[in-house]
Each structure stands twice: as structure tokens, then as C-alpha cells.
Design a protein around this ligand. Sequence first.
Ligand SMILES: Cc1cc2nc3c(=O)[nH]c(=O)nc-3n(C[C@H](O)[C@H](O)[C@H](O)COP(=O)(O)O)c2cc1C
Length: 345
Amino acid sequence: MAVDLNTLPSSPVDGKNNGNKDQENYVRPRSPLPGALAKLRFPVIASPLFIISNPELVIAQCISGVVGSMPALNARPSSQLSDWLAQITETLEAYNTANPLRPAAPFAVNQIVHKSNDRLESDMQECVRYKVPIIITSLGARAEINQAAHSYGAVVMHDVINTKFAQKAIEKGADGLIAVAAGAGGHAGVKSPFAFVQELREWFNGPIALSGAIAHGGAVLAAQAMGADFAYIGSAFIATHEARASQAYKDCIVNSNSDDIVYTNAFTGVNGNYLAPSIISAGLDPEHLPQKDPSDMNFSSTSTKVWKDIWGAGQGIGAVHSVVSARELVQRLKQEYVQARARLL
Ligand SMILES: Cc1cc2nc3c(=O)[nH]c(=O)nc-3n(C[C@H](O)[C@H](O)[C@H](O)COP(=O)(O)O)c2cc1C
């Protein structure tokens, strides 16, 4: 029997939150989206991908209408970051001048806020110099990084795998949260996205991006329905022409599905999701991987080997059927999003 949405009881929208878990606060009004996030026409942030994201991919993502992003550490040596930021900024400015009615989405730079990242301070100075509109912080929250971003009006989104880290990040001045749920590519959490977003929304009404296995427009709509503002998508962008990944890696994403994803801390000391075929090619048995210590994690200027040989990917890759341009991927997501919404209405 069809459900008439008009006959469902309405929920309180009074904006009060007395901290009582039983209160129906899931429709609590949100704060308006801050800064560059308010301008997005399609609620997708393309996530930063270690080694893989480069200016070409970021520019294509932004021009297609989603936030494009890259880790600062991808620019090597560190002096290259300035050239990359100049390239992205100038190209997007020129695009926006030529297309004032349909400007590009803003871009983001990811800072790995981990003690082994010996470039953090100088990379952040470059972001301030180029006024990067969105800063994504991961693997640690630091108040001074947030202050540096806020000094010129940037928005800081912090990547978390649990509520404790989320609360710490907001205390230290992050503006928004990236909820990294189970099944995400690269370093990932273990929480169900349903549990995680609902729990964050109990106390946080700022921007939330949901990360983990989102590779279909229907899932973007689902993320919004759950209470997130944005879907955060990584692995699907690996299989694009612009991505700086080998053809074998891109083909492996196309030919694999969630059965091929292995969750392990064996490679960096932090649990993450990887493609089993790449583990086998490296001469290892995905079923019998060693445990590693979190203290082994190292983001110093030289540590790229693991990510080149062992390919990170999330469980959503079953939705990726061919290697396409970033623009074609975003078009597919938009089409699926519209179709999913029409189906529900
Ligand atoms: C190959 C790969 C590299 C990644 N590198 C980074 C990174 O450098 N910084 C970061 O914050 N997240 C990184 N991530 C995690 C993504 O930001 C994001 O959480 C994840 O891709 C979302 O899940 P999905 O891949 O299933 O879409 C990486 C993910 C992958 C697959």
C-alpha cells in the first residue's frame, strides 16, 4: 500500500535540544552552511586521495560542480604546492569569469595533521597565501591549523571515525565533520553510517559530510536523508582519466566489488580498506596479513611506497563500471540522484 506522506505526523522543529536522547530532534534546524560550502549546487565533496589527486583532477571536479580536493602532501617536493595552488586558483578564476552564471565549485586542500608530517606548517602557510576556501584535516586536530584557516575565512572540515574524535575536533575549532563510516577507501572506520550520522546529529548542527562506499547518486540522496549535508566520495574518482593512478589500478576498481575489499592495519598501522588483487600481486595473502602497530604510521616526505603498491579502495566500487572523465562521473551521479529523488516522490 502506498504511503501518503501528507498523513504522516509532523515532527517538532522547535530547534531546542535538551540533550535528551529520546527527543525527536532529528529535524532540528541546521546552522546555515558556512563560507564556501554554502555555494554548492550538488551536495558532493570529492575526497582527497593520497598520491592520486592532482590539479588536473581537482579542476575537473570543481568545474563539474563538486568540491575538488587534494592532499597538500601530493605536491612533491613541497615547493611544488605553490605552483599547484596557483594553477588551480587561476584556472578556476578564469572559468568563473567566463561562466558567471554557473561558476565552478570551490576546492579544498587536505592537511594530514599527524606528528610525522614534517611539512604541515609550511604547507598551511601556502594555503593561507592562496586563500584555499576549504581545508580538510585528518589524523589529528590542531587549534592553530583551524585558526590559520579562519584568519582568511576558510571553512575547516575534520575527518573522524568516532564521536569522541568528533567532539574533540569541534572543541578545537573545526567548522564541520567528515564522518568516515565503514567501507570507506583508505583509512576507514567501522561504524554503520546510520548509527554515526544520527549520533553526530544529536549534538552537532553544523556541516557534516558522510564518507564511506558512496559511489552512486542514490547514495548521495540517502546521505542527505540520514542527516548529512554532503556525500564525500573518493574511490569512484580513482577510475577517472584525470586521476594520477596506473591503468592497472583503475581497471582493478572497475573489475572489483565489495567482496574484493580487505580491511587491515597491516600496511600503515591504521585500519583501512584495500583491493585484494593488489595485496596478492605484492606476494601477500589477504587472509593472513600481519598486524601492525599504529606507531608505525609515517607521513614524512618520503613515505609513498605502500600506497603505490597496495591500492586503497572502498566497498562502493561495485557502482563503477568503466573508466570515465571526472565530468562524466559527476554527470552520472547527478542523473542517479535526480532519478532516486523522483522514485521516492
Ligand atoms: C587511495 C586512497 C587514498 C586516500 N588518501 C587520503 C588522504 O590522503 N587524506 C585523507 O584525508 N583521506 C584519504 N582517503 C580517504 C578519503 O578521503 C575518503 O574518506 C574515502 O575515499 C571515502 O570512501 P570511498 O573511497 O568509499 O568513497 C583516501 C582514500 C583512498 C581510497
